[in-house]
Ligand binder design. Sequence first.
Ligand code: TYD
Ligand code: MG
Length: 459
Amino acid sequence: MTKEKTVYVCSNCGQESPKWVGRCPACGEWNTYRELTVRPASPSARRAEGVMAGMERRQAQPVHLSEVTAEAEPRFDTHDAELNRVLGGGLVPGSLVLLGGEPGIGKSTLLLQTVLRMAEHRVLYVSGEESERQIKLRADRLPEHRADCLLVCETRLEQIFTHIRNTSPDLVVIDSIQTIVSEAVDSSPGSVTQVRECAAALLKFAKESGVPVVLVGHITKDGTLAGPKVLEHIVDTVLQFEGDRHYFYRVLRSAKNRFGSTDELGIYEMGGTGLRAVANPSELLLTGREDALSGIAVAATVEGARPFLIETQALVSTAAYGTPQRSATGFDLRRLNMLLAVLEKRVSFKLAQKDVFLNIAGGLRVTDPAIDLSVIAAVLSSSVDTAIGRDVCMTGEVGLSGEIRPVTRIAQRVGEAQKLGFRRILVPETTLKGLDTARYAIELVPVRRVEEALRELFG
Ligand code: TYD
Ligand code: MG
């Protein structure tokens, strides 16, 4: 009989050490090591091992790389075009997928409505957070019920494996990984070690059985996955579900994908009957503008591989108190400060006594640097209280010396702007070379510097 063993585990990255160390050799963080007692596997834990042993194992044999067939893996169709695309063409058998997001953003709704549509598969939905009744109430709001979906409220990992053995599902959903505990680990649910051990056991199960497992994971306030970074290393795919809870839009991004590109992006709208995929986000994000208002500039952005037009809104007012306020929603505040400094320095525009508020419409978060030019334009437009024409949009990254830097996928941006009925688009001059300008009916206005762009817009 093996005795209980004590190990030390880094609470940041999950690195293990037989003795306490002050600084983690793996991630470099100080004072993150916690003592942990590892019990010998209990009989039920061993049973769980048995479940996996009883399943068909894939025997690994070294093969020559040239002999490996690179045929596309058969994938599970999720019957959700957005989700399929973000996953890189559907769920890969035997993969471990993590869906992260803030509480209340709609992770459980997305997974439940997806599994309810997958009629051809048997699904085991394990919930550690909600009762069967709560899930049923939610499911009743969703339109489609076609699947062979089994529900179980369980938090013990060993029990989950027993249910899996008894029901032999084609797909397992665990909502959420932070509520699951393994008897083999002596620490509380949601702790780094529990999350790591449970995820590792589920990974082993997925790889050996070929059954895909989808985990829900919570996100901490600073936007990282709660608990360990190590979870991101363990899983094959990390999807992030984000958006502002006060708006309807939700964006599904892939932060890591072993089976596809991380460029893809899915957009949903939360409604009374669950999440609806949004095929054309620009139309939704731009609607409802009757006349031109000051402080609004439209940017042609690309998120992932998808072009869309988005409104940048700014409000500039005289600071009531000593220190002026700077606030940004959906945009990096440091970047806003940098752009304001460029405005001060290059356009001699005095902002020292002004409050500046910036907002990206629709509650979306934009990471595309090509939105810079519209941020500057919106700030200036609000400040001089002059509206930008409704038929003008723009794209361009702004450099520190006020130059407009080239952007990626210019053809897609221009195409989208034209499709939505814009007449003029400001583009970085350097990108024009590679563009077949004759193809577009929209007027392309090449700009090199911020001053030039502002002159085009405000005369
Ligand atoms: P939920 O999916 O439980 O979020 P998470 O699992 O990420 O914590 O809940 C999302 C929110 O969406 C919840 O506040 C209720 C709301 N909602 C709708 O607006 N429409 C619907 O059809 C459903 C099912 C939920
Ligand atoms: Mg939930």
